[in-house]
Design a protein around this ligand. Structure first.
Ligand code: AR6
Length: 176
């Protein structure tokens, strides 16, 4: 599903974040120390190779909501933007911290004049954020900043399951 808003295409895609060849940056659902881990972080570090950890770790530790940018090494992208999402029920206010991830990642992409970025559903795996609530925060944050965007042309949400994709589709329809 694709929707164009103020000249920016928002696309919802089912897939693996490590296989987004047409995106200049991919976003990592990182841990505070910017090390490899499970879920998205494990997949991104495995696909990028050990140089990713070498570049990323000295930029940490991150606080929830923060984002940093590194090269993408063996990934088919130019950059990885690492965001630390909130742990649901622990890091509060969680909606604000999750919104900060999307907002800070967009700012980094704009600073680097990137035309495209792919986001996973940050915090909705190991960090336990319910997908529907997280999707609402992700989509409203991006749409809320869309008129500030100068360089990004494509913003992609990459969902790992059909169920998560359906949730995002429903919420994007509701919001527009
Ligand atoms: N591509 C796209 N989405 C994926 C992929 C993938 N390859 N793998 C999982 N997902 P998670 P978090 C989905 O747990 O909740 C790590 O260990 C997954 O289904 O990766 O922010 C870090 O080191 C879920 O919907 O991130 C941290 O310690 C979403 O991506 C911690 O987990 C996020 O799941 C971060 O937890």
């Amino acid at each position: 599903m694709k929707r164009k808003i103020s000249g920016v295409t928002i696309e919802l895609r089912k897939g693996d974040i490590t296989r987004q060849k047409d995106c200049e940056a991919v976003v990592n659902a990182a841990n505070a120390r910017l090390q490899t881990g499970g879920g998205v972080a494990g997949a991104i570090h495995k696909a990028a190779g050990p140089q990713l950890e070498k570049e990323a770790v000295p930029l940490g530790p991150l606080e929830p909501g923060e984002a940093v940018i590194t090269g993408a090494f063996e990934l088919p992208n130019r950059y990885v933007i690492h965001c630390l999402g909130p742990v649901y029920g622990k890091d509060k206010p969680e909606a604000e911290l999750l919104a900060n991830c999307y907002s800070n990642a967009l700012d980094l992409a704009e600073e680097h004049r990137l035309p495209s970025i792919a986001f996973p559903a940050i915090s909705t795996g190991i960090f336990g954020y319910p997908i529907e609530e997280a999707a609402r925060v992700a989509i409203t944050t991006i749409i809320g900043k869309i008129t500030e965007i100068k360089h990004l042309k494509n913003i992609v949400f990459v969902l790992y399951s059909s169920k998560d994709l359906e949730v995002y589709e429903k919420i994007l329809e509701q919001i527009l």
